[in-house]
Design a protein around this ligand. Structure first.
Ligand code: C2E
Ligand code: MG
Ligand code: MG
Ligand code: MG
Length: 283
């Protein structure tokens, strides 16, 4: 048995300090430091055609591993970032990384699109579209290779500024997706009035499709609605073969979820693409 030596006061101090760091709530300063010190990375989750099983692109998802606290959930740090000015830095970091990585998939022979999540709040920043266009130029991508998934987490403060920005982005050629459709503030009115080209049905509706008749009815209606408005329809959160097959039957265009592919680091995603170029269990 290892002999338990009593802790020296300095050791005890260190332990107490690290415990209090870990249990204290996250602050803006933690986020700022994390961004400065490269604690953030980007994971990619495949988007797959449900009609022919081809990988059409990937969604970039921010990941934060804090040196003391370990991995922090996006639900926590996105909310924190949206609370202050750092959401802009985070978005530009993720977008810049994702565009460069997309370019390198392309150089490897995989011509895919890439999707980046954008908080509705960022759209009220008047320079957003210029900054994004600059990142696109730096990576020598075309804007039509890029989808911006817009998430609404709080009531819009300035709807007209948001409409103006979305219109500018659309004119520049970006594809716009309404993320988490059916939940929160992503309303029918916005789907209809704003220049979206894609609607992404929230996973709460997709999840139970194979067991819950109502979930299936609602998903079917959303797919029809999206198509009737001339949009591409994406389903997120596909976890089983049964759900994937139902979505194929309902004519949903694109699927995403653990059954099709989990979020992966860039090099893992490249390996995965190599193994499964036309990847999906589309039998
Ligand atoms: P989202 O954009 O709706 O992304 C989908 C979330 O569902 C991701 O969680 C993904 O890992 C998870 N997911 C994917 N497939 C499945 C599945 O089959 N089953 C289940 N149960 N979950 C699945 P994640 O990475 O934790 O991100 C959560 C949310 O945080 C995202 O939801 C997005 O709204 C936000 N987020 C992530 N990265 C960024 C970012 O760079 N910027 C902004 N503004 N928001 C981000
Ligand atoms: Mg998304
Ligand atoms: Mg989503
Ligand atoms: Mg979601």
């Amino acid at each position: 048995d290892p002999v338990r030596k009593p802790l020296r006061p300095s050791e005890l101090g260190n332990i107490l300090a690290s415990i209090s760091t870990v249990s204290a709530p996250l602050r803006q300063e933690d986020l700022k430091k994390g961004l400065q010190e490269s604690q953030f990375r980007v994971a990619y989750q495949p988007k797959v055609s449900l009609q022919d099983g081809r990988v059409v692109g990937a969604e970039a998802l921010a990941r934060w591993t804090h040196p003391d606290r370990g991995p922090i959930s996006p639900a926590d740090f996105i909310a924190l970032a949206e609370d202050g000015p750092l959401i802009a830095d985070l978005t530009y970091f993720v977008a810049g990384t994702a565009f460069e990585d997309c370019r390198s998939w392309s150089n490897t022979g995989f011509h895919l699109s890439v999707a980046v999540n954008v908080s509705a709040k960022s759209l009220t920043d008047r320079s957003f579209s210029d900054k994004l266009a600059e990142l696109v130029r730096d990576s020598s991508l075309q804007t039509d290779q890029i989808t911006l998934e817009i998430t609404e987490t709080s009531a819009m403060s300035d709807a007209s500024a948001m409409l103006a920005m979305l219109t500018q982005l659309r004119i520049r050629g970006f594809n716009l997706s309404m993320d988490d459709f059916g939940t929160g503030y992503s309303s029918l009115m916005q789907l209809h009035r704003l220049p979206f080209s894609e609607v992404k049905i929230d996973r709460t509706f997709i999840h139970g499709m194979d067991t819950d008749q109502e979930a299936r009815v609602i998903s079917r209606a959303m797919i029809g609605l999206g198509h009737n408005l001339g949009m591409r329809v994406v389903a997120e959160g596909i976890e089983t073969k049964g759900v994937m097959q139902m979505l194929q039957e309902e004519g949903c265009d694109i699927g995403q979820g653990y059954y099709l592919g989990k979020p992966m680091w860039h090099h893992e995603f490249l390996d995965w693409l190599g193994d499964s170029a036309v990847a999906v269990p589309a039998e």
